[in-house]
Design a protein around this ligand. Sequence first.
Ligand SMILES: *[C@@H]1O[C@H](CO)[C@@H](O)[C@H](O)[C@H]1NC(C)=O
Ligand SMILES: *[C@@H]1O[C@H](CO)[C@@H](O)[C@H](O)[C@H]1NC(C)=O
Ligand SMILES: *[C@@H]1O[C@H](CO)[C@@H](O)[C@H](O)[C@H]1NC(C)=O
Ligand SMILES: *[C@@H]1O[C@H](CO)[C@@H](O)[C@H](O)[C@H]1NC(C)=O
Length: 425
Amino acid sequence: MLPTDILEEEQEQQNFQTYQIYQKMRRIAFYRLYRTAKSPIFIGFAALFFAICYIYIFQPHFPDELKKSYFGEPDLIITSPPIQRRSLNSPNTYDIGILLIVSEGADLSEYQLAINTLKCYSKLHHYGFHIEWVNNTWYELCGQKQFMFIRHCIASNLLHKHEWTLFLDADVAVINPTRLIDTFVQENEKVADLIFFDRFFDWEIAAGSYLAKNSNYSKEFLMKFANSEFSLPNSFSGSDNGAIHWFFVEQFFGNYTSQLNSNDCYKIWEISKNFDDLFVYEACCRLILGETRLFHDPSGKGTVKVLPKGEAWMRDGWITDTKWSQEVDFMLHGWKHSIEMPTIDEANAWSRASFRLKFGKWYRAIQNPTFDLNSCSNGTITWKWWSTYMISKIELQNLLMKKRVKVRQQFFQFQALIPKYLKKL
Ligand SMILES: *[C@@H]1O[C@H](CO)[C@@H](O)[C@H](O)[C@H]1NC(C)=O
Ligand SMILES: *[C@@H]1O[C@H](CO)[C@@H](O)[C@H](O)[C@H]1NC(C)=O
Ligand SMILES: *[C@@H]1O[C@H](CO)[C@@H](O)[C@H](O)[C@H]1NC(C)=O
Ligand SMILES: *[C@@H]1O[C@H](CO)[C@@H](O)[C@H](O)[C@H]1NC(C)=O
């Protein structure tokens, strides 16, 4: 070969090597890029980048909306007009007391806002207000072991304090202090000794609140209800709110025969293991009770009334996500601090924000930080509401109507399961 040829050959080889290295590097570069693109961190950053672009360019209000969905959304404060106090010398004014019963050692801070509204409301309208603690004296006197049952025995023993007693769970708040308990007494005093009501969110009679006349029949009825603890089946029984259904069936429909045998309901209750089973048992009882609203004791000694959904002094606040109407609502149930949605400026707001996932969560629809009892007593107190939660009567009725239809459908579904349960027995 000629030297130039050799040179050329070397050159070519070198070129070829460079080319190979170049190719290899390209492959590595591609691989790196590919690997980066596949790494979760890169994907995360890319997603974040696009999300931020999206939020700030197309959805500038998104962060606000997100915060609102996590936290309460306090905004405008609406002050109630001066509250017209209850007249004490009208014929429609009754001797009425509010009674809360709490277990010994209960932490009242859990119910603080609710209790404050009740205390103030009682002072404002001159209602009696009493919190009774379940202590050993009561356990000896009454004999029931479970708090949920003994409370009805205690209520029975304390009815003598007033002509009418409104028994309430401790987590009931007065949202609208212009409404009066007297209205409910007046409407029912001629027809019933005891007034219960249907819960809105299912087909249960509520066991946690009733209006009771100071009559022998009321006392006896509540005492017997308390003693229904002793015939609880050893199953997922739903405590007193499960027991009240069987109690009504037994008291008022004991000898009735319909296509359903009432003992069948008890048998379903006996094998209940969870809420679904419990709801089937309750649907079974409701089928026996039918559309009855006035329950006359077979002995003729007294009458119990059960108000239809949405017609009582209170309702569960969560069924409308704390939205309420000044024209309709009176008291809201479920205001426990442990499921209260925080407001954004609260110290633990972020950690408590997950409460939005909890059943029954509620928003502090009342702005009053405290209720000064002197102002309540001299009638100068006003309720201050956050306007976000206030809706019109029509809007509330629409929300409730949707809920009503849904609950009705669920009731049909659950009652349709009864034959399946009876086959299992
Ligand atoms: C329990 O409470 C009642 C009424 O509040 C009171 O009279 C009684 O002394 C209390 N008993 C005990 C053991 O604390
Ligand atoms: C209620 O019961 C008490 C004691 O058993 C009795 O003395 C009283 O006459 C009864 N009252 C009515 C109105 O029946
Ligand atoms: C069922 O019948 C018995 C015996 O006749 C009677 O004592 C009881 O009061 C009746 N119960 C009901 C709920 O009607
Ligand atoms: C009512 O009580 C409040 C708080 O003690 C007081 O500031 C106010 O002056 C009182 N108003 C009247 C009219 O007594």
